[in-house]
Design a binder for this molecule. Sequence first.
Ligand SMILES: Nc1ncnc2c1ncn2[C@@H]1O[C@H](COP(=O)(O)OP(=O)(O)O)[C@@H](O)[C@H]1O
Ligand SMILES: [Mg+2]
Length: 548
Amino acid sequence: MKDFGSVLRYHRVKGTRPQGVMRRWGVQELAGACGVAESTMRNWINNVNPPTEIAVIENVLFGDDPAGDDPTYAAWRRELQAAHAEARKARKAGGSDERLSDGSGNRATGKAPPVEARFSRLPARVPTHFIGRERELAQIATHLLSAGDRVATVILFGMRGVGKTTLVAAYADAHRADYRVVWSIRGEAALGTCEDLKELGLRLGLHLGSQDPSVASQAMLDYLAQEGRGVLLIFDNALNSKSVATFLPRGGECHVVITSNSHAWRNIGTPIKIEAWSTELGARFLVERTGEHSASSAAERLSIALDGLPLAHEIAAAYCEHKDVSIGDYLENFSANPVRLLSDHRHSPVEYYGGIAVTRAFEMAIEAANQVHPACGLLMSYASHLPDGPIPHCLFTLGSSYLGDFNGAPFTDDGIVEALGALKSFALINDSGLTSGSIVNDDRRVPQAMQIHRLIRIVSINYGIKSHYITESPEDTLIDVIKTALGKCDFFDNEPMDGRTGNYNTLIDYLHRLDHSADFAKKLSPESKKYLTQKYEEHVRNCQAWPH
Ligand SMILES: Nc1ncnc2c1ncn2[C@@H]1O[C@H](COP(=O)(O)OP(=O)(O)O)[C@@H](O)[C@H]1O
Ligand SMILES: [Mg+2]
């Protein structure tokens, strides 16, 4: 049987009303309708001091006709009455409706911490100029608040600096009335996670003092499986689903939000991808944050240059404010030397790992991906020299053997697939379609392709130089990589759905794009440029002679 608090909470969220028009009750609204203080209603919902009688509540939720003929309402009424009777009985018997674990696995120790404890630790300050994210906030609320009496888990994933931590802080702050406890937990390493879970237990009054953090954190999870209602746990910056799975509540009614760069979370909860800002939003932020209201056109251009990354917008605005320069001047400096401004940590918000620069944030991601597969840094450095836009996977899966061995590990096709997977899980590359602008591609298949955020490209190019990955002419090397890849495909192996044929067409298409990218083509040696043009013309001749 559901307890009294759960039943009340269910009807609050459902918005049960006598007229049958369901509209979610605010706690204050429900308290007002029942003629009690908001704190009293919160206590009831949390099973603390249940009311002596519930006629008014019944009236508010179900109407004043107990014999009414709607069977659902009659069943609800009976359920509430039964839950209330239980709660009263338990209270008379000594308050066992406030059962708690002491962390040792024993129940009802008599030293129960106060359930009504209310506190929160957010993962970051909500910025004064918090902007956008209305849709994402609504999505989080929908997933969590509609879960009923089960654990509900949402994962916010996306690239570094895109605003995941800020978003969950904003959600928790906006919904503080829905939770008695909001607790942010460091998600990147097991030790920090255990320590933060233990600290939560201590704050709740559990007797965990001398326990090892890993034991205490498991006791804390046992507690949450029973008493998780009204608790929001935030696991900030989790590496992946495997690393955090053992620290998630195994049952109960806790709400959980995880932030991560990794995209693969479907076994744990509902993933929500957090995208960079649109140009319009980015420009609005810059104007509001700097107060330079006449600069909307420069702000738009700067937002495009920053490719919508919120962290970079905040740094740019802070720089403008401190140095008293205009958005237009910042844009000019940025265009002349982006790496210098992206390496500036002095204007990075302290909320972002104590204030690290954009370059550092992405270099750390590349280094972490390199730990998973040693080719990641090199692949990123080369791929970043390709023009803006989708890059077909097959360019590297088929062509990177040209790059030889790497740290003793040969570039096998499988290895490259693994490396691309690692880059994706650190949000260094993004999935992308390759259909638009296609000249020779078969419409029936969408080749796998990736896209790299403009700022990550800038950082990776610089990282490639620093790490000596890049030879003198990366553009020519890339043409050789494509030559190698094309050598593994065959124009005449021509079944339309055949992967190799698809790859051939995809690569030829891509060559054509490179030829038309002035910035890329102008850096090529005359031989590479000639190859590019001739290969495409040869393909067109073949297509005419051997129409598919
Ligand atoms: N919605 C937003 N409104 C205003 N500033 C934001 C917003 N989202 C992010 N920021 C800024 O970007 C910085 C980085 O965001 P953060 O949430 O820490 O990124 P992530 O967790 O995705 O790495 C924040 O410190 C903040 O200054
Ligand atoms: Mg974060």
